[in-house]
Design a protein around this ligand. Structure first.
Ligand code: HEC
Ligand code: HEC
Length: 246
């Protein structure tokens, strides 16, 4: 009887809390993500701080990501940066360690053949949705994207886009536009159109250091016309199916 009473007490007072208290997105972020990711900002202000960063900053996630992508990725995280977040630890770019591609270009080579698959927290569908909402609320850089819009009249074909991206500005030296094709320093960009908001891409490519003052992506002084074309190209590129070559 005593036990039964205890159960009643438990059921009445404790379980509603347990059932209804599914952690909120913001709570999950604080408890399970903040140990690695910066959720408050500002971005590293010195090179020393930059090299201490082990996970991408998320404090301006709401200005950067597409929500649908976040929800999907958090349930099935995969590596986005072929050399990891901190390429100095993984890439050896001394001349003897560069490899020539079929087209004769030279690329840096990773120390190991390929980094191990990313081990990352995986969330349930429900938690991924809640966390994505909480991340989309983090918008300290709205001023950087205010009035920045994609001009879809500047669409280009994949071939024309690749010429601008690769030959004109040399973006391929740091970014992959196909799994295994391109440099290792930056994030893969064949998925950028799915991951990133167009306004973020336009603003970041125009002046990367507005977002991340010590990041090693240079300002390549992309003309306004080419900026639109490159962003349209990246969106078109991410519609390609790369699963076979993965
Ligand atoms: C042990 C450290 C660690 C923890 C804890 C962690 N992450 Fe990460 N996260 C990483 C690393 C490292 C990457 C970079 C993966 C890559 O690109 O190679 C990453 C990448 C991401 C990305 C992609 C961001 C981008 O700019 O490419 C998102 C979104 C993300 N994490 C969200 C979360 C969330 C939400 C949590 C908590 C539920 C979390 N992470 C917990 C280390 C961590
Ligand atoms: C010297 C190497 C380098 C070159 C050249 C370079 N980038 Fe980057 N790029 C980076 C690095 C490093 C980042 C930051 C990645 C990160 O946050 O981990 C970056 C980030 C980006 C991002 C945001 C990606 C993301 O997922 O956060 C875009 C878009 C981008 N670059 C486009 C370009 C374009 C377009 C060009 C050519 C005009 C270019 N980059 C040239 C190194 C480079």
């Amino acid at each position: 009887m005593k036990r039964f009473l205890l159960f009643i007490v438990f059921a009445a007072f404790v379980s509603p809390a347990l059932v209804s208290a599914g952690e909120s997105g913001a709570e999950i972020l604080k408890a399970r993500c903040a140990s690695c990711h910066d959720l408050k900002g500002p971005a590293p202000a010195t090179i020393r701080q930059l090299w201490k960063r082990d996970a991408p900053d998320l404090f301006y996630a709401g200005n950067k990501f597409r929500r649908e992508w976040l929800v999907a990725w958090l349930q099935k995280p995969v590596r986005i940066r072929p050399a990891g977040v901190n390429y100095l630890r993984t890439i050896n770019s001394t001349p003897t360690h560069q490899e020539k591609t079929k087209k004769g270009r030279k690329y840096d080579v990773l120390w190991g053949a390929v980094l191990k698959p990313l081990k990352h927290v995986t969330l349930s569908k429900q938690d991924a949705g809640a966390v994505a909402d909480a991340l989309m609320d983090l918008k300290p850089h709205t001023a950087l994207v205010a009035g920045v819009t994609l001009d879809t009249s500047k669409k280009v074909s994949l071939d024309a886009g690749e010429v601008i991206f690769d030959k004109v500005y040399g973006c391929t030296s740091c970014h992959q536009i196909e799994p295994g094709y391109g440099g290792y320093t930056g994030a893969e960009l064949y998925t950028a159109g799915k991951r990133l908001q167009p306004a973020f891409m336009l603003s970041y490519i125009k002046r990367p250091k507005n977002w991340d003052p010590k990041i090693w992506m240079p300002n390549l002084h992309v003309s306004p016309d080419d900026l639109q074309k490159i962003t349209n190209y990246l969106i078109l590129l991410s519609k390609e199916d790369f699963s076979e070559s993965n």
